[in-house]
Design a protein around this ligand. Structure first.
Ligand SMILES: NC(=O)c1ccc[n+]([C@@H]2O[C@H](COP(=O)([O-])OP(=O)(O)OC[C@H]3O[C@@H](n4cnc5c(N)ncnc54)[C@H](OP(=O)(O)O)[C@@H]3O)[C@@H](O)[C@H]2O)c1
Length: 253
């Protein structure tokens, strides 16, 4: 257990399922009081009532794309030390030149506008508590874009750039900013893709460590980034893909 999260207040934006749910549970299991943000109130309440985290997770049903999220969050979250931004749109495959303006702007809104507003809301609260930590969930596709997912890849690359700008400007306040970039993770978001295509097997064959990253793996990295053991780390993207993006690899046999 990373005991340094005891007494910390964490906000996880996008906590109702998948990686965000695992991150919220992982932070709460390590002693943090977690405000779990998403639109699906039922799923948030279900998470909050899990025996392992009961009493340490509060459901905060908020649509991050709605106007005035700062006011909505301030009413329910008076203090914060850790902000983890996980929210994402469903996967929408489209060639770059065929991507509708609405789908393009949706990526920009969720990967740039919302995190920028979250930083603006949370940084003053963190300063009052002597510092803090932002962790953004990015993707390997931000550095090695996926054809057919251009809007997503560009949006996440912009999120990484935003993270680095914030790291430069907030470091003197003791506020650290980092990203975690997973490879393929089996969640509801990717379930159809994994079930209908040989993608997961191909990934295992071309990944040195031979396994897909799990939501719990990402949660462990986020918890470490959020705690004081990572106090010299800021402005970094940690790639959690089992080594797949390091180079060309094919399992023997
Ligand atoms: N799965 C992968 O293979 C993979 C790989 C690399 C990176 N990632 C990244 O990891 C993150 C999580 O992925 P995932 O697979 O766990 O996704 P997911 O299962 O689709 O979960 C997305 C979360 O975002 C929340 N959300 C979406 N729009 C929102 C809004 N407007 N307001 C508030 N909450 C909102 C959803 O909750 P509600 O619907 O309840 O609002 C949900 O909790 C994403 O940033 C994704 O890009 C995933």
């Amino acid at each position: 257990m990373t005991s340094s999260l005891v007494g910390k207040v964490a906000l996880v934006a996008g906590a109702s399922r998948g990686i965000g749910r695992a991150v919220a549970a992982g932070l709460a299991e390590r002693g943090a009081n977690v405000c779990a943000v998403a639109r699906d109130r039922g799923r948030l309440n279900e998470l909050a009532s899990e025996p392992a985290v009961r009493g340490r997770i509060t459901a905060v049903p908020v649509d991050l794309l709605a106007p005035g999220i700062e006011d909505a969050l301030s009413r329910q979250v008076p203090a914060v030390d850790i902000v983890v931004f996980v929210a994402a749109t469903p996967l929408r495959h489209a060639a770059l030149l065929e991507t509708a303006d609405g789908a393009w702007h949706e990526q920009w809104a969720l990967n740039v506008d919302v995190p920028r507003r979250l930083i603006g809301w949370a940084a003053p609260l963190m300063r009052r508590r002597g510092g803090g930590s932002f962790v953004f969930i990015s993707t390997v596709a931000a550095q090695r874009p996926l054809a057919g997912l251009g809007a997503y890849s560009v949006g996440k690359a912009a999120l990484d750039a935003l993270m680095r700008c914030a790291a430069l400007e907030l470091g003197s306040s003791g506020i650290r900013c980092n990203s975690v970039a997973p490879g393929l993770v089996h969640t509801e978001r990717t379930h159809e893709l994994i079930a209908a295509t040989p993608l997961a097997g191909q990934h295992r064959q071309t990944t040195p460590l031979g396994e897909l990253t799990t939501p719990a793996d990402v949660a462990d990295i986020v918890a470490w980034l959020a705690c004081d053991q990572a106090r010299t780390l800021t402005g970094q993207v940690l790639i959690a893909d089992g080594g797949r993006s390091v180079g060309t690899f094919r399992a023997a046999g």
